[in-house]
Write a protein that binds this ligand. Structure first.
Ligand code: SF4
Ligand code: SF4
Length: 86
């Protein structure tokens, strides 16, 4: 018997476009991507780089997305990955 893996939907919380460092975009850790719009949607979605295209929602979305602010979501995202600002 197999158990289907849970499917996570992106709810555009913005955390994965703000928390990690993304060298392709010269994006530092913990700083929102310059292409992230105020609605937490990507403003270059059709032209976003492969690293963004390949990112898939996972259990971390369920952890971070319900948090009330982008700052809180970023902090939790970095905490989960064991990344910090120091
Ligand atoms: S962390 Fe998950 S829910 Fe939030 S924007 Fe990224 S993929 Fe979407
Ligand atoms: S380019 Fe778009 S999808 Fe990639 S990190 Fe920036 S805002 Fe997010």
């Amino acid at each position: 018997m197999t158990t289907a893996a849970p499917v996570y939907e992106c709810v555009a919380c913005g955390a994965c476009c703000a928390a990690p460092d993304i060298s392709t975009l010269n994006k530092p850790l913990g700083v929102p991507c310059k292409n992230l719009g105020p609605d937490h949607l990507c403003t270059i979605y059709e032209d976003r780089p492969a690293v963004c295209r390949n990112y898939k929602p996972d259990w971390i979305c369920a952890e971070v997305a319900p948090l009330p602010t982008l700052d809180a979501r970023v902090a939790r995202f970095l905490e989960i990955y064991g990344l910090g600002y120091t």
